[in-house]
Design a protein around this ligand. Structure first.
Ligand SMILES: [Zn+2]
Length: 333
């Protein structure tokens, strides 16, 4: 939930990262889980919001010379069209990040396509002994696009969004700078094709604080039936995982087949989506696996559409033929 109101003069920094990966089978003298990717490129565009429009105020581009993964992983080479020799051109990460922070300014909202970039940035900062706190809100534009493009709940690539709005393709995809520019262009189009107040409302309810833990999970104790398994995790969704204040239900819990959904609210931290899946172990005992996370646009859509299904068909859910339509959506979520 965005703490800041979006008014004229608000700044957004649309950014994208490219990173290299460890070579499979190669041994490293540290745990690769601490650095699953090393940033090799940072690209960004700064926008100012004014009167229902986004105005581009400049771009940022930095090639980063990797210190750890100095040979391109074959997958990264294929996707980015970079060569090994390209990894020698550019700046050290610390310098490139400093430039990026100066470009961002003090009060911008970060915007990306998908939610992996802030996590990767924080991982690199931590690994290289720098301050991992970003101190900025983050907005994942991808579910916002799907929502306004009438493709709710679907995960689309930035290229699909560029095609959807007939945005002119000037550069290759999968360079950080080009992808940041394309993402920025999609952001502009979303404002252009929809009511700004509706876009702002979707943005405000979907932004997260990347410095806070956003998702919490719990595997409940065993029980002899499904109802018992759900009872075991009841306490998990009764208080806010950040401040322990009691949660109030915005959409009370309901069960469709093997999943139970709900939408809760903390007065301090905003709305939380919850989903618990009932599973059975080898011994024939039931248990529930539960997630609780700060709700994004995708989660609102998911819980609302499941509630609609529940109201219409009850706990058995929609008949199999109708479910088929939702297969792609639920597979992605
Ligand atoms: Zn709270």
């Amino acid at each position: 939930m965005l703490s800041k109101k979006i008014v004229d003069g608000c700044e957004f920094v649309v950014f994208d990262l490219e990173w290299n990966q460890p070579i499979p089978g190669k041994t490293y003298d540290f745990d690769c889980a601490a650095l699953t990717g090393e940033i090799i490129e940072i690209g960004a565009c700064r926008y100012v919001y004014e009167n229902g429009d986004l105005i581009c105020r400049g771009t940022f581009s930095a090639d980063v010379v990797p210190a750890i993964y100095t040979r391109l992983h074959y997958h990264v080479r294929k996707v980015t069209c970079k060569k090994n020799s390209d990894l020698k051109k550019g700046q050290p990460f610390a310098e490139a990040y400093k430039g990026f922070r100066e470009f961002c300014g003090d009060d911008a909202i970060l915007v990306g396509w998908g939610n992996s970039d802030p996590a990767m940035l924080k991982m690199n900062l931590k690994f290289f002994g720098m301050e991992p706190k970003l101190g900025m809100q983050f907005l994942d534009l991808q579910p916002i696009f799907s929502f306004f493009a009438g493709q709710k709940g679907k995960q689309r690539s930035v290229e699909a969004a560029v095609d959807f709005y007939n945005i002119e393709k000037k550069d290759i995809f999968h360079s950080a700078t080009a992808d940041a520019q394309y993402t920025g262009a999609v952001f502009e189009e979303i404002f252009r094709h929809n009511k700004p107040s509706e876009v702002i409302s979707a943005i405000s309810s979907s932004s997260i604080d990347p410095d806070l833990k956003n998702e919490f999970s719990l595997v409940g104790s065993e029980a002899k039936d499904a109802e018992g398994a759900l009872k075991m995790i009841e306490g998990f969704t009764s208080v806010c995982p950040l401040c322990s204040r009691p949660l109030t239900a915005k959409i009370s819990k309901f069960r469709i087949r093997k999943s139970q959904y709900a939408l809760y609210s903390c007065i301090e931290h905003g709305e939380l989506f919850s989903r618990s899946r009932i599973k059975k172990n080898k011994a024939g005992m039931y248990f529930a696996s539960s997630v609780l996370r700060f709700a994004t646009q995708t989660d609102y859509y998911l819980v609302a559409s499941k509630k609609e299904e529940f109201d219409k068909y009850g706990a058995a859910g929609a008949p199999a033929v109708i479910q088929e339509d939702n297969k792609e959506e639920s597979g992605n979520l």
